[in-house]
Design a protein around this ligand. Structure first.
Ligand SMILES: NC(=O)c1ccc[n+]([C@@H]2O[C@H](COP(=O)([O-])OP(=O)(O)OC[C@H]3O[C@@H](n4cnc5c(N)ncnc54)[C@H](O)[C@@H]3O)[C@@H](O)[C@H]2O)c1
Length: 393
């Protein structure tokens, strides 16, 4: 594609992940949705009709289409590696959903294929692309508040009680919250710390016999510059930490405070077959595929506090608080045109010849490395040391 030109984008996997990114993909002016691949005929037919796009049952056929410049891989975790490697070899830029892949070998193969092909590889959308996170990271990098010392991140959600595919609740297959949710908190902490991760010590929780999986964790991250991060996550929560974020939901939407309590009751009433149907109903072409509402604020992933040498920063969906010796000030940050717009824009501009975001190339490998170390630390009850990946892009 020409530098600065329009990106002909193909989507692989028309599920819930796509539903969340779709408003941004539609809103971004330089992206044209031209193709999709998914085994579900209902999703393909709907996509072809809605976007006048080509729709393939087999993703390899999509990659053989020379008119496609880039792909957004939003298929289940276990397919990311094979699809991303094949996409790079076909000369396509890749935006791959988090987690990048399930093993470090797979992640390295993906980064290596992109490097060899000279194509862009970005892992996301993750919440490290949220405007308040990027604003705070830029403030820290500018030196205005001194070095980061301590990052506190906390998120209490109903993750375990949303409709799931069986592998999403099987930690051995990348299910549970570690690869799916710690990937967000680790990305946020890495971007804010601005330094390689040295070690992880963590405890995970598997608290619901009906949904056995790693559904909660507490982790201590030690960065090479001396910054530490504590990450706390519960996907079993009866308390909804969005209450600490002005009642704003994960995607910047207003949230009904009473809705949180219903997730457990709804899921308990479903048979396994009904749960799979409920998951598909929320996917593209499903019975209730509601697009996320237009955001009233930025996306957010729970409480994030950063203690720096000369100020404490608190991220909110509508801006960033800076608490300094001379008082507190608030920097407002307007809502994006659509949820996940920051990640889509960063990927699109990299494809068009612009700067690569930090989340490009080998970034995703280090996040998966940290996720796997978190799980291993919990199982072996010890600190796991981490060697950062050599940059590949
Ligand atoms: N960034 C986020 O906030 C976010 C949110 C949700 C999901 N995701 C990610 O999106 C990915 C998919 O999760 P989901 O919740 O959308 O799942 P899902 O079950 O809702 O959708 C998966 C889709 O992929 C299709 N599919 C299955 N096998 C395929 C294959 N081999 N090739 C192409 N398509 C295939 C399915 O038919 C379905 O349409 C996961 O990696 C998940 O982590 C990210």
């Amino acid at each position: 594609m020409a530098t600065g030109g329009t990106i002909n984008l193909g989507v692989i996997g028309l599920g819930r992940g796509l539903m969340l990114a779709l408003p941004a993909l539609i809103a971004y002016p330089a992206i044209r949705l031209v193709a999709a691949a998914d085994p579900r005929p209902v999703a393909r037919e709907r996509f072809a009709a809605e976007f006048g796009a080509r729709a393939y049952a087999d993703w390899a056929e999509l990659l053989a289409d020379p008119a496609i410049d880039a792909v957004y891989i939003a298929a289940p975790h276990q397919f990311h590696a094979e699809q991303a490697v094949a996409a790079a070899r076909a000369g396509k830029h890749v935006l791959v959903e988090k987690p990048m892949a399930l093993s470090l070998d797979d992640c390295r193969a993906m980064a290596g294929a992109a490097q060899q092909a000279g194509t862009v590889l970005v892992t996301g959308p993750s919440h490290s692309f949220d405007a308040p996170v990027r604003h705070a990271a830029a403030l820290i990098a500018s030196g205005a508040v001194g070095a980061p010392r301590l990052i506190t991140a906390l998120n209490y959600t109903d993750f375990l009680f949303r409709p799931r595919r069986p592998e999403e609740l099987d930690s051995a297959q990348g299910g549970g919250v570690v690869l799916s949710q710690a990937a967000h908190q680790i990305d946020i902490a890495r971007l804010l710390a601005g330094s390689p991760l040295r070690s992880v010590r963590a405890v995970t929780g598997d608290w619901d016999a009906a949904r056995p999986s790693e559904g909660a964790y507490a982790a201590l991250l030690d960065f090479a510059n001396g910054c530490a991060a504590t990450l706390t996550y519960s996907g079993y929560a009866r308390f909804d930490s969005d209450a600490l974020q002005g009642g704003t939901g994960e995607f910047g939407q207003p949230k009904d405070p009473a809705a949180h309590a219903t997730a457990r009751r709804r899921i308990a009433a479903l048979s396994p077959g009904e749960e799979i149907a409920a998951k598909l109903a929320r996917a593209y072409g499903g019975a209730s595929p509601a697009l996320p509402p237009a955001p009233v604020a930025n996306e957010q992933f729970g409480l994030v506090l950063i203690s720096c040498e000369r100020a404490d920063l608190r991220l909110m969906p509508d801006g960033v608080w800076t608490y300094a010796d001379d008082g507190a000030r608030f920097t407002p940050l307007p809502p994006p045109p659509a949820a996940q717009y920051g990640a889509i824009a960063a990927f699109a501009e990299a494809c068009r010849g612009g700067p690569l975001p930090p989340q490009a190339g080998s970034w995703g490998i280090d996040t998966v490395k940290a996720c796997l170390a978190l799980s291993r630390s919990a199982h072996e009850r010890r600190e796991i040391r981490i060697e950062p990946e050599a940059p590949s892009a």
